[in-house]
Design a protein around this ligand. Structure first.
Ligand code: ADP
Ligand code: MG
Length: 629
């Protein structure tokens, strides 16, 4: 038997390992299973090359709880280790790896991002154990060995009688780690980290009911059989070539990834590159409607089929973090901080590759079946718009497939739409004015006014669209977007044909004075306009600029020029002096009745903007009943 001292410069590395992020203690199991899987795949490789003259069989990894003895076993049928290899890989290599890792880790405790996910390897077993044993037999014809270490730098190493090829790691769990003797705890961990690992992992057994043989009697009892409980799918969809997968396979894999998601994804993008970096994965577009923040069921990051994290910030472009799915890459450095990760050249390339692939896929879908793409638009627009705002390269490509639906549900690209309306909707200053609504129901009256003029109205209702149109205007000074209720229609698209006022200047002044008795100036800015007599007499509008800035402020960024304070709501009261009612009010004899008519008129305008509420609405309704009595 060999007794030895692990050759380290810091004697207190074990206490350090124990202190290592408490919440991350659970990763020891992933590390041990990864090693078992590596050992199995290495043997498979050697076998294929003809270098290991063995019966490879169908090896699996087993995780076993021995509750009575307080032990947890991880057993593999991989290539095993000889005595020399244990000395080299466990006592020297693994240990120096752990030491190096902790050294690096010490000053970065505050950075709880991705760091800590990888790197500690075999020695992470000491985070949860008072003693760790290894029993291992190499595929080479050499005696099995038993290594044992109680958490001090001293270890023992001796021959033992293990018969089968492979390695068994035995953890004597310490008193703070008894949770890992619970079956449900281990099950949860296996499901989180090892669900898609390439070697079958057995955890206990289960009873399977066999199908009844053909022609069996009606009351025959089906036979049952006890089989290994294999917890993983060794061939997840992302590892299969895209050409071999059907849409159903992708959908089935989505359900496997997110068992609690009942709604099927809209479509998916299979990522698959091996140069200049290695990356596979599947990104799903879920139905997003107008949701902005989705915290659960996020994209999962794997390294060679081992789960690492579901925080892919910095690796996947930000606008795509709203998607679901997996990415798997051995080329993402993981034991570094987030800020380092974001600056890393390889990671940047990965991120821009993903962005490009998504843009190409959207473009192809648009080309292949435009109407199907149009049908999906409302469920995916938020991702695309977010991409247009945050990713310049994506923005360039999005020109070709970003859609602008009209209130009549026709879908155009911006270019198409501009061409369609340019003759009729260019104003006298040569600006092309694109009218839009944000809600067909609430802005119905305003949309009708535009229709009378023969204008097209877009329906732009995503929560971030104000940022998008701001950006589009910034890159094209001859283009302007105005919401349909931001002024009266003749002002939205100013043409040369001025309507002649039916009221004299004196009459206008008179009317304004009457109006001021009813409404205060800080409530509405009054605007007397000569419009078509068919246009409404009173109209409440909300100027585009202030409203848009306010919206941008609410969804982040953009409105920053106003500081953090909340912007006020601003409304105008437009009076159409050419409407019959205005003339009638002016010629009404009693001041009392004049005021009643004005109040009723203004309230109707407020009602149509959804601004009449509470006590004022109640008052308006009882007055209206009086009128029709
Ligand atoms: P890494 O896996 O990154 O190499 P570890 O600390 O996890 O680092 O493991 C150190 C080394 O110990 C491995 O590279 C391998 O040579 C050896 N090893 C660990 N576990 C096993 C195992 N189950 N079977 C065979 N070799 C193992
Ligand atoms: Mg390892």
């Amino acid at each position: 038997m060999t007794k030895g001292k692990i050759n380290v410069s810091v004697d207190n590395i074990f206490p350090l390992i124990k202190k290592f992020l408490y919440s991350d203690h659970e990763i020891f199991l992933r590390e041990l299973i990864s090693n078992a899987s590596d050992a199995t795949l290495k043997l498979k490789h050697l076998h294929k090359l003809g270098e290991a003259k063995i019966d490879y069989g169908s090896p699996k990894i087993e995780v076993k709880i021995d509750k009575k003895a307080g032990k947890l076993h991880v057993i593999d049928q991989g290539l095993g280790m000889t005595k020399e290899e244990v000395e080299k890989y466990i006592n020297e290599v693994a240990f120096s790896g752990a030491e190096e890792f902790l050294d690096q880790y010490k000053d970065k405790l505050e950075d709880s991002g991705i760091i800590g996910h990888f790197g500690l390897g075999f020695y992470s077993a000491f985070m949860v154990s008072e003693k760790v044993e290894i029993k291992t037999k190499s595929y080479k014809n050499e005696p099995a060995v038993h290594w044992s270490c109680d958490g001090s730098p001293e270890f023992s190493l001796e021959e033992c009688d293990k018969q089968d090829r492979g390695t068994e790691i035995i953890l004597h769990l310490d008193k703070d780690s008894k949770e890992f003797l619970e079956e449900t705890r281990i099950k949860t961990l296996l499901n989180k980290y090892n669900k898609f690992m390439p070697v079958p992992i057995k955890f206990g057994t289960k009873v399977e009911t066999l199908p009844l043989p053909e022609g069996a009697a009606k009351d025959a009892k089906p036979e049952t059989k006890t089989v290994d409980n294999i917890i993983n799918n060794t061939n997840p969809a992302w590892t299969i070539p895209p050409a071999e997968l059907k849409d159903e396979d992708y959908k089935a894999f989505y359900r496997e990834l997110y068992p609690m998601q009942f709604e099927a994804p809209l479509f998916q993008i299979h990522l698959n590159v091996d140069y200049p970096f290695n990356l596979t994965g599947i990104l799903y577009f879920p139905k997003l409607n107008n949701e902005l923040n989705l915290q659960k069921d996020r994209i999962q990051l794997y390294q060679n089929q081992v789960f690492v994290t579901d925080n892919v910030e910095g690796i996947v472009p930000e606008f795509l973090t709203m998607l679901r799915g997996v990415i798997d890459s051995p080329d993402i450095p993981l034991n570094v901080s987030r800020s380092y990760l974001q600056a890393d050249g390889a990671v940047k390339k990965i991120s821009s590759y993903i962005s490009r692939k998504v843009a190409d896929k959207l473009q192809a879908m648009f080309k292949e079946d435009r109407s199907a793409f149009e049908n999906k638009w409302n469920d995916i627009k938020i991702v695309i718009e977010y991409g247009m705002l945050s990713d310049d390269k994506f923005n360039e490509k999005a020109d070709k497939f970003a859609l602008y639906p009209t209130v009549a549900e026709d879908y155009f690209t911006l270019e198409e739409f501009k061409n369609k309306v340019k003759d009729h909707q260019t104003d006298k200053n040569d600006k092309l004015v694109l009218l839009y609504a944000s809600n067909v129901e609430e802005q119905h009256g305003y949309i009708e006014q535009a229709k009378i003029k023969g204008y097209e109205v877009l329906l732009l209702d995503s929560p971030i669209v104000s940022h998008v149109i701001q950006k589009l205007e910034a890159s094209n000074e001859k283009l302007s977007f105005v919401r349909i209720d931001s002024d009266h229609i003749d002002n939205l698209i100013k043409k040369d044909d001025t309507v002649i006022s039916k009221l004299s200047d004196d009459e206008k002044t008179n009317f304004e004075a009457l109006l001021k008795k009813q409404i205060s100036e800080d409530q509405y800015a009054v605007q007397l306009e000569a419009m078509d007599s068919s246009a409404p007499p009173f109209l409440i509008t909300q100027p585009e600029f202030m409203r848009r800035m306010k919206e941008m402020q609410q969804t982040g960024g953009g409105g920053g020029m106003f500081g953090m304070g909340n912007l006020p709501e601003m409304y105008n009261l437009v009076v159409n002096v050419n409407h019959e009612l205005i003339g009638k009010i002016l010629s009404t004899k009693t001041a009392d009745k004049q005021q009643r008519l004005i109040k009723q008129g203004v309230d109707l305008a407020r009602l149509s903007q959804g601004l009449l509420k509470g006590e004022e609405l109640t008052g308006f309704i009882s007055r209206s009943y009086e009128l029709i009595k």
